[in-house]
Design a protein. Structure first.
Length: 409
């Protein structure tokens, strides 16, 4: 048995073990689903959709669609909103246009119902969608709205989620110190409430910052911690992300063998999940690696897959990256027609992303302004509450004094 077959069998064995805990929870809900009807059945369908988002995206979509159909037929608006919300989240990085459409439908119903927690969730998902399409200013707007509402209702778990997502946007514009500040606050909350999945996500993101800053020992520490947790809890999507991150660091250290090993682990999981953004990230990593090794035809093959996957979800950052590699590779083999085509695509995608230093500086200024504005709004509300309390105290004291004068005067 050669090493490729052995590795493939090992990956399949690990994946089989990873899904057991999630699948067990799903089986329990399915048993109840068969005996349920009405609103309870809608709620169970939504819970199953949420679980399967980390096991099988297609199954998650099926449950969410069934939820939407049943909720609409019995006029169960909260269940309908949750169904649209689940559908929106399912389509993130699968079809971002659909993801935005469904999430905005959920937001509209939740606004009508004055469901503050639901509104915050929808704003958060919209922020995630804009982040993946490279629209960082819109992304931060929605994440700050979600954070403000979550802080207001005291939902600490989801406050941590907002902190994490705001950090991701700051990472994208290379504002690393601010990103670390948000991530450390998020990690403290996750450790306090014992959320292993949340801890793993945050450790991956902290590792990403250290990797970008060239601090590879620290990056490995956080990535391997995250990978171990994701394997323990059976979170396949996050396991793929941790593996991709580890591969990326190995590539930076010129450890080709380990880089390819972890890229392939990540790619296998992302392919099973049909997670287009993940596939595009990994294929771009492999394309860059093979280009650096001088294996141009292999690099073109991987870059083409990355390009197609990125185009399907409108991930401009990955489109630009893949087009840049294809431009360089075709130029190396003197295919100047294709080199010119991908050069044009690269320039167009890069312009759309507005990833110039000037844009990043403007984005940082805009972020700082919005965060400062949010702080001032909170301070204003706090001062207003303090003034109202002082007013009540003064009124009570004066009323008491008048009372005393009337009785004893």
């Amino acid at each position: 048995m050669n090493s490729i077959v052995k590795n493939s069998l090992l990956i399949l064995l690990l994946i089989s073990k990873l899904i057991l805990s999630q699948q067990s929870a799903a089986d329990s809900l399915k048993n109840e689903l068969d005996k349920s009807q009405g609103q309870r059945k809608v709620d169970l369908l939504n819970e199953l959709s949420d679980i399967y988002q980390y096991i099988n995206t297609g199954t998650a979509i099926n449950y969410a669609e069934a939820s939407v159909n049943l909720a609409a037929s019995i006029n169960y608006k909260k269940g309908l909103a949750n169904g649209y919300g689940s559908l929106g989240y399912c389509y993130v990085n699968l079809d971002n246009k659909k993801a935005l459409t469904y999430t905005k439908k959920a937001l509209s119903i939740r606004t009508e119902l004055n469901d503050e927690a639901g509104i915050a969730t929808s704003n958060n998902v919209i922020g995630v969608i804009y982040y993946y399409t490279g629209d960082y200013l819109n992304s931060i707007d929605y994440h700050l709205k979600a954070l403000s509402m979550r802080e207001k209702i005291g939902d600490q778990g989801r406050v941590a989620t907002s902190y994490n997502n705001i950090a991701l946007v700051h990472i994208a514009i290379e504002n690393y110190e601010t990103a670390l500040d948000y991530l450390e606050k998020a990690l403290a909350i996750r450790i306090k409430n014992g959320s292993k999945r949340g801890i793993a996500i945050i450790k991956d993101n902290i590792g990403d910052i250290h990797s970008k800053m060239g601090e590879y020992d620290e990056a490995f520490k956080y990535f391997t911690d995250a990978l171990a947790i994701n394997k323990e809890i059976g979170n396949k999507k996050s396991e793929a992300y941790s593996s991709y991150n580890i591969a990326n660091v190995y590539q930076k250290l010129n450890d080709t063998t380990n880089a390819i090993k972890y890229y392939n682990i990540a790619l296998d999981i992302y392919t099973q999940l049909d997670e287009k953004n993940g596939i595009s990230n990994v294929e771009n990593g492999l394309a860059r690696l093979y280009n650096e090794l001088g294996l141009i035809i292999t690099a073109i093959k991987h870059a083409n897959i990355a390009f197609t996957s990125a185009q399907s979800i409108n991930s401009l950052e990955n489109v630009a990256f893949a087009a840049g590699i294809l431009r360089n590779c075709y130029a190396k083999i003197n295919d100047y027609k294709n080199a010119y085509t991908y050069s044009e695509i690269f320039i167009s995608a890069s312009d759309s992303l507005k990833n110039s230093n000037n844009y990043k500086r403007l984005a940082k200024i805009d972020f700082d302004y919005k965060v400062e504005k949010l702080k001032k709004e909170k301070e204003f509300e706090l001062n207003k509450q303090k003034s109202f309390i002082m007013y009540l105290i003064i009124t009570l004291v004066l009323s008491f004094m008048i009372f005393v004068l009337i009785i004893f005067g």
